[in-house]
Design a protein around this ligand. Sequence first.
Ligand SMILES: Cc1cc2nc3c(=O)[nH]c(=O)nc-3n(C[C@H](O)[C@H](O)[C@H](O)COP(=O)(O)OP(=O)(O)OC[C@H]3O[C@@H](n4cnc5c(N)ncnc54)[C@H](O)[C@@H]3O)c2cc1C
Length: 387
Amino acid sequence: MERDIYDEDHEAFRDVVKEFIKRYATDEKRKQWDADGEVDRATLRAAGESGIIGLAVPEEYGGAGMLQDYRFRAIVNEEVIGAGLGSLAGALGIQDDLAVPYVVHMGTDEQKQKWLPGMATGEILGALAMTEPGAGSDLRGIKTTAKKVDGGYVVNGAKTFISSGKTADMVVTFVKTGEGNRPDAFSLLILENGMAGFDHGKKLEKMGFHGWDTAELSFTDVFVPEENLIGGKEGLGFIQLMMNLPLERLSIGVAAAAAGEAAFVWTRDYTLSREAFGQSIADFQNTRFKLADMATTVDVMWAYIDRAMLLYKDKKLTAEEAAKVKFWATDREWELLDIGVQLHGGYGYITEYPIARAFLDARVHRIYGGTNEIMRDIVSRQIVGKR
Ligand SMILES: Cc1cc2nc3c(=O)[nH]c(=O)nc-3n(C[C@H](O)[C@H](O)[C@H](O)COP(=O)(O)OP(=O)(O)OC[C@H]3O[C@@H](n4cnc5c(N)ncnc54)[C@H](O)[C@@H]3O)c2cc1C
């Protein structure tokens, strides 16, 4: 089904992304990222030069100023994931969907001046650290403390599963600045790579996204100047996290739709070219029916997600609506990739094939950004009322 949410500017931007991939994100590079466990900085700087990272950074700070128009980010996802480069899509996504928004929407003028120009060029990379070894879904259970001292805070604690955690220059970190677990007991502090007492633990070995680092972080008496308190006011951290939830959930839904569509395209092309019993695999009725199911799911998925992107553009996408998008799209993505792997036969299990890599990458989409159970909990509470 033809989609109609993109105009000429979006399509011109798509050409830029395609050109970037052709020049800087080859399959050779992809193999290197997988071997190194991270995307190299030169590629991310090239993304900055091409104007495909830091899209939400306002023009006055050197960015593209595409604050609410998520369609440009969707195009990056469609092209990068469609090229079988899930790790690169992830690294770009952390910067644009999880780090930049906190500075753009909630940062002080000083913070914007310090961080945004470099985030737009890809020279400064950001990450967001909420999860701890003992607290993921239940974020109010975090133990990392930031104690007020003269001129700043002293931070102690640990974070885990932090995407781009090893490579990031700055980490927006969810900390306790008050007692108990009331919303105003939390703040967001920017911790900078190289601060004394800020250590990166081991890079975690994962099922998928092999070229995108996920790290443990530890903080021992890290002094963080008060200028690094997001928004310049204590006790806002929980509300600030809530404010970015629609974008975070939408972004995962969009990545899931891009991967679901890619699964369909790869599977259609593969089954048309592969032969068995004297005919192409695509000619078996089972395959044709599965391809029909996949194509229809992809259409429905985009119709829903395109609508969500437009709602987001008009600042009308609620956290609950975004939760629906996140769990529904990632569940569909998983089904599409599973069918795709099956129709590739043995090759579907071989990670040289993009369908196998995307399948492994996709598994975490149902876990991070809030698990799909938590998303259903949020949606169902809205239906039956808070209990
Ligand atoms: C590759 C990867 C990258 C990540 N990147 C980041 C990152 O950049 N920054 C960051 O802060 N975090 C990140 N995370 C962490 C991720 O967001 C958490 O893993 C996730 O929120 C779940 O938390 P948990 O692992 O502690 O699981 P738990 O909260 O312990 O949940 C375990 C199980 O219990 C279920 N459960 C929990 N509470 C409820 C409930 N109320 N009702 C029903 N079921 C429930 C969950 O759905 C899940 O199935 C990442 C994780 C991974 C694996």
